[in-house]
Design a protein around this ligand. Structure first.
Ligand code: P6P
Length: 335
């Protein structure tokens, strides 16, 4: 049996061979992975751990927080604030940025995360996950401010997610392809189980919340309608549909077997560009998908080229198999 490669060994070898992972970034990624192990443990306890259900608070998005949202956020903050690799953090669950306390050494990285994406699935035992993105802070001695986080996705130095499903799997890129690590609970370590992930450029599977159909813009309606026409329609093939309502789970499926995921702008809240968040959902997922040979746009431009103006800004998301994303995007340019 091939010798198993731990996340630690993988990162050390990436650091040694490619120099892609400076030691401080390697430390950061290992700390995030350990935090995800703790979150996985809490998630797996479910009702036995008294962690299901809602908390009494709302997050910056005005959404009622689940108990596990708050637990996951606290685990990530506590795990990362003392190591000296970070200057500050930002989370879907916190209004403003979190500066590393002065009692700890300041690092050169900024960590952004959605601590537990897919919260609506927590209480019904469906896969959820942690999404994270790493940026570098500006090279100056002044204190970090929120504006320092407002960098386009192309500036990410690492991105990934950890999915808490039948397996707990960490999926990571540092710009040299996508690797997957499955948690070996007996050893307590993440073990490399896939690397150089490639998304097929074509697909017969789309993921979208069909209940919003009447609210979509015409290009999205056209694309989905053509898929639904199947063999008899202009696509000349039948399509399958999936919607888990957990972006981490839908993206993991796409990284594993292809597909296109869409959460487009719709008329319900016309002033919002979309539902999903740019900085800690669309950018990290967009980079992972691109690193696996896929594409990620907001219907009009590459997601990772978007210049953020707000920490919690939202974006329309179309990502996955390259040829399908290009098709949907081309329909937007013909309106
Ligand atoms: P809807 C989860 O709340 C999330 O942010 C994504 O993970 C998911 O893709 C989407 O929202 C689901 O939204 O409107 O279908 O419940």
């Amino acid at each position: 049996m091939a010798k198993s490669i731990s996340l630690t060994r993988y990162l050390v070898e990436q650091q040694r061979v490619d120099g892609l992972i400076p030691s401080q970034l390697r430390l950061l990624l290992e700390v995030v992975a350990r935090a995800c192990k703790s979150i996985s443990h809490a998630v797996n306890k479910g009702a036995l751990g008294g962690v299901l259900g809602t908390a009494t608070s709302e997050n910056v998005q005005g959404e009622i927080q689940k108990k596990l949202d708050i637990i996951a956020n606290e685990v990530l903050i506590e795990a990362n604030e003392w190591g000296g690799h970070l200057a500050a953090m930002a989370s879907e669950e916190m209004d403003g940025i979190y500066l590393v306390p002065n009692r700890y050494p300041q690092g050169e990285y900024l960590l952004l995360f959605d601590p537990l994406d897919g919260s609506s699935n927590i209480d019904v035992n469906v896969s959820i996950g942690t999404i994270f993105s790493v940026l570098k802070k500006p090279d100056d001695d002044r204190g970090v401010e929120e504006g320092d986080f407002l960098q386009p996705g192309t500036q990410q130095v690492a991105a990934g997610y950890c999915i808490y499903g039948p397996q707990t799997t960490l999926v990571l890129t540092v710009g040299d392809g996508v690797a997957m690590f499955t948690l070996d609970r007996e050893q307590g370590s993440f073990v490399l189980t896939e690397e150089n992930i490639r998304i097929p450029e074509d697909t017969k599977e789309f993921a979208i919340n069909m209940s919003n159909m009447r609210h979509w813009d015409e290009p999205v309606k056209r694309y989905i309608d053509e898929c639904l026409q199947g063999k008899e329609g202009p696509r000349g093939k039948d399509f399958n549909m999936r919607w888990i309502a957990s972006m981490v789970a839908d993206v993991h499926r796409i990284l594993t077997r292809g597909g296109v995921f869409m959460y487009p702008w719709d008329k319900r809240e016309p002033n919002k560009p979309g539902k999903l968040r740019l900085m800690y959902e669309a950018n990290p997922m967009g980079w992972l998908v691109e690193q696996a040979g896929g594409a990620a746009t907001n219907g009009k431009q590459r997601i990772m080229d978007i210049q953020p103006t707000q920490l919690h800004e939202r974006v329309s998301v179309i990502l996955g198999s390259k040829n399908e994303v290009e098709r949907v995007t081309s329909y937007h340019s013909t309106i």
